[in-house]
Design a protein around this ligand. Structure first.
Ligand SMILES: *Cc1c(COP(=O)(O)O)cnc(C)c1O
Length: 406
């Protein structure tokens, strides 16, 4: 496959792939946004205090999100763990040091239909999840999903937070959950890891009243795969930062950046906290910030046009293949456009996906659980230099089926 840098992997006998499946962690996420790699290299040229760098990052993230503060985390999952740790411990240093033993006030409430594998990160901090509601539409056995009153009924003295997992059609709406939580003094954590674009979502959940929001840095933002953003209330972000910083310093000697960490609110300096196991280095922090700035500057329409051009190029390459193709989200500039290949049925889709993965340069396409007979070209992790090879692989793999149809 093209690009001199592929020798880096070839020399080690690690096969390179074409990732048309999206910014999946297991497929090494997507390309870094322009300028990110150079900035990370530049960051290596000097030392800094990580607290000072994260304090600066907090300002950049606050500006981008409308939140009071933020930190760069080692991914959105790390952000979820730190968000839980912040809600469980607050600014109580003894509680920080005790996690994941969280005492009695350790419950985080979540709608049953929003449970997902990533919530393991909250449990890793010491939280116990309390499921509420019934996702009846998913069962085809009713029209109602979890309702605001389900959260209200579950809140007790043991509750530490509510988790709300952002999706365009998530129910109940965040504003209703926030109203219930506010009335009972509980923070709301929003998992918005994959909810960009639209770019407006950087601000939407904070604006709706969320106390903490996490975004993945390695998805549409185009930052390093091992980065994420945790933003929200200043006291909770301060707690999260304290629990992930390296804190091996004497209290008297410790002079944290005052706008970011208010030493006067602490009864001591926590030891290396639960978040120390998912640290971020200076190059990753800089890489995320540069990617975020590029994400803001590019804007949804230009980003959509760039992704759409990749889809159109693949579509054009397959024009005479006989495949049934269409482009999703062609007009929706606040969504990711994707090229859809419609196969005869789910079996045919699985067979084609497998054939593509076993080619000399393996090709990975995306699946859609709602359309099992389709495969999707997701352009977010695709490089322009890979389009010709992707088309050739698709033409070859579709070959038999295409011939039958024509
Ligand atoms: C991708 C994802 C995560 C994890 O994000 P990382 O940045 O890879 O840690 C968490 N929650 C949801 C809903 C996601 O889609």
């Amino acid at each position: 496959m093209g690009g001199a840098d592929s020798t880096i992997f070839a020399r080690r006998g690690v096969a390179t792939i074409i990732n048309a499946a999206g910014t999946l962690t297991r497929l090494s996420s997507g390309p870094l946004a322009p300028g990110v790699l150079a900035a990370m290299q530049g960051a290596d040229a000097a030392a800094v205090e990580i607290e000072a760098l994260q304090a600066h990052a907090s300002g950049v993230i606050a500006q981008a999100t409308g939140a009071e503060a933020g930190v760069v985390t080692a991914g959105a999952a790390a952000g979820l763990m730190l968000a839980a740790a912040a809600c469980l411990a607050g600014l109580d240093v003894a509680r920080m040091n005790a996690l994941p033993k969280a005492g009695r006030r350790n419950r985080i409430i979540v709608a049953r239909g929003q449970r997902n594998g990533y919530d393991h990160a909250l449990r890793a901090a010491g939280a116990r999840l309390v499921e509420v509601g019934l996702p009846e539409p998913a069962a085809g056995a009713g029209c109602r999903d979890t309702e605001a009153c389900d959260y209200a009924a579950a809140i007790t003295a043991r509750s530490a937070a509510i988790l709300w997992v952002a999706r365009p059609a998530a129910v109940p709406p965040l504003a209703e959950v926030v109203a219930v939580a506010r009335a009972r003094g509980l923070p709301v954590i929003v998992d918005a890891a994959a909810e960009l674009p639209p770019q407006s979502n950087l601000r939407a959940f904070i604006a709706a009243g969320a106390d903490l929001v996490v975004f993945s840095g390695g998805k549409a933002i185009g930052g390093p795969a091992g980065t994420g953003i945790l933003c929200g209330r200043a006291d909770l972000v301060m707690s999260a930062a304290l629990q992930s910083l390296d804190a091996d310093v004497a209290w008297d000697d410790w002079t944290p950046p005052p706008g970011f960490i208010d030493k006067t609110r602490l009864g001591g300096l926590p030891r290396q906290g639960i978040g120390r196991a998912c640290k971020t280095g200076k190059a990753e922090v800089i890489g995320l910030l540069v990617a975020l700035e590029h994400f803001l500057a590019e804007g949804d329409p230009a980003r959509h046009a760039r992704w759409l051009a990749l889809c159109e190029a693949v579509l054009a390459g397959l024009a005479s293949s006989g495949a049934r193709l269409c482009i999703r989200n062609r007009e929706a500039t606040d969504r990711v456009p994707m090229l859809e290949l419609r196969l005869a049925d789910a079996r045919a889709a699985v067979d084609l996906a497998r054939a593509l993965r076993s080619r000399p340069v393996p090709v990975h396409l995306a699946r859609d659980p709602a359309a099992p007979g389709c495969l999707l070209v997701n352009p977010v992790a695709l490089r322009e230099t890979e389009v010709a090879a992707l088309v050739a692989a698709l033409v070859a793999a579709l070959g038999g089926a295409g011939d039958e149809r024509s």
